[in-house]
Write a protein that binds this ligand. Structure first.
Ligand SMILES: Cc1cc2nc3c(=O)[nH]c(=O)nc-3n(C[C@H](O)[C@H](O)[C@H](O)COP(=O)(O)OP(=O)(O)OC[C@H]3O[C@@H](n4cnc5c(N)ncnc54)[C@H](O)[C@@H]3O)c2cc1C
Length: 299
């Protein structure tokens, strides 16, 4: 079987593209490992239609159900290789299953650098955040910790002063903070604590409650932002096909069509170059699907 389009990544961008391609009645396969940012965010607060917030899990569930109703097929495996053979693309999964498609859409997202404390995970999107544009509002006039490293952490703390003046920066990764940044943090009354965190404290309902430092000191707080730097775009597969990447490893796409420099290969969502937002990932997925459809019509 040759699919009209294989979508690699069934998060927000991949699902929205799958729904649109399904409505054109194309044969579509979504290969999805089922991880990603939309699997770990327990509440999106800035989406039209969801004034009380919605979890990534809920959105993904609804999206998959919607796409399946339109005939889209799903396979829950990680793709390890993509190659071009004549006019078609072969995607190979980690169990060495091969799938052939006329078009490829990369919607593989990025991997966040989250410190490995299991107790943090239920708090993500509810009381622990990663993106000021998404969730700065959640700490409006409230006290919060910035758990970060060096420049990334310091910059996050300074950005968050738009919403609150009650910030403490814990330089957990012990990255270098240059004197200029130190000066700016000082001006904004943001204390810098250079210490690793030994323990994360939480309360009921995914409420963050604070940290214990390596020194044994406990710092209580109801909110935290993470900023360790080093988030990683999942663009290795695209690289295998010769897709052009930005210096920071995001995929370059045509702003109108979302096609990459490689003919019949598209990219959408956080993996492409944009502001890493759910609504934008949906828009990207939809837009890429429209242009994938146009290209299939030409065949
Ligand atoms: C804690 C947190 C809070 C956030 N809060 C907000 C918010 O409030 N508002 C907002 O707009 N945005 C928020 N975001 C950002 C939002 O989650 C992303 O913009 C969105 O998920 C991007 O969608 P995507 O489809 O590009 O990637 P993802 O949702 O990450 O989906 C990518 C999918 O690709 C799969 N995949 C990757 N590689 C492979 C492979 N090789 N083979 C098979 N499958 C693969 C992954 O498993 C995953 O399922 C938040 C993110 C985080 C982490």
């Amino acid at each position: 079987m040759v699919y009209d389009c294989i979508i690699i990544g069934g998060g927000i961008a991949g699902l929205q593209a799958a729904i649109q391609l399904g409505r054109y009645q194309h044969n579509v396969l979504v290969l999805d490992e089922g991880k990603g940012r939309s699997s770990i965010c327990h509440c999106y607060h800035n989406l039209l239609g969801w004034p009380d917030g919605v979890s990534g899990e809920k959105l993904r569930g609804l999206g998959r159900e919607h796409a399946e109703k339109l005939g889209v097929q799903f396979c829950g495996q990680r793709v390890r290789k993509v190659e071009k053979r004549d006019a078609e693309f072969i995607a190979t999964t980690i169990t060495s299953q091969h799938f052939t498609g006329k078009r490829i859409l990369f919607a593989t997202g990025i991997k966040d650098n989250i410190p490995p404390f299991p107790s943090l995970m239920p708090c993500l999107g509810k009381s622990v955040f990663v993106c000021p544009d998404c969730d700065g509002y959640e700490i409006l006039d409230k006290a919060a910790l910035v758990i970060g490293s060096g420049k990334a952490g310091a910059t996050m703390a300074l950005t968050l002063t738009y919403w609150t003046n009650a910030l403490t920066f814990i330089n957990h990764g012990k990255g270098t903070i240059d004197s200029e940044l130190k000066g700016k943090l000082f001006e904004k009354n943001i204390p810098i604590i250079s210490s690793e965190i030994n323990e994360i404290h939480t309360a009921a309902d995914a409420a963050f409650a604070g940290v214990t430092l390596e020194t044994g000191e406990r710092i209580d707080s109801s909110y935290a932002f993470l900023a360790l730097g080093g988030n990683k775009p999942n663009s290795e597969l695209a690289g295998q096909l010769g897709v052009k990447l930005e210096k920071n490893k995001h995929i370059l796409v045509d702003p109108r069509t979302k096609m990459t420099n490689v003919k019949n290969v598209w990219a959408a969502g956080d993996i492409a170059v944009h502001s890493e937002q759910t609504a934008i990932a949906m828009g990207d997925g939809l837009q890429s699907a429209i242009w994938i459809h146009k290209s299939l019509l030409k065949d």
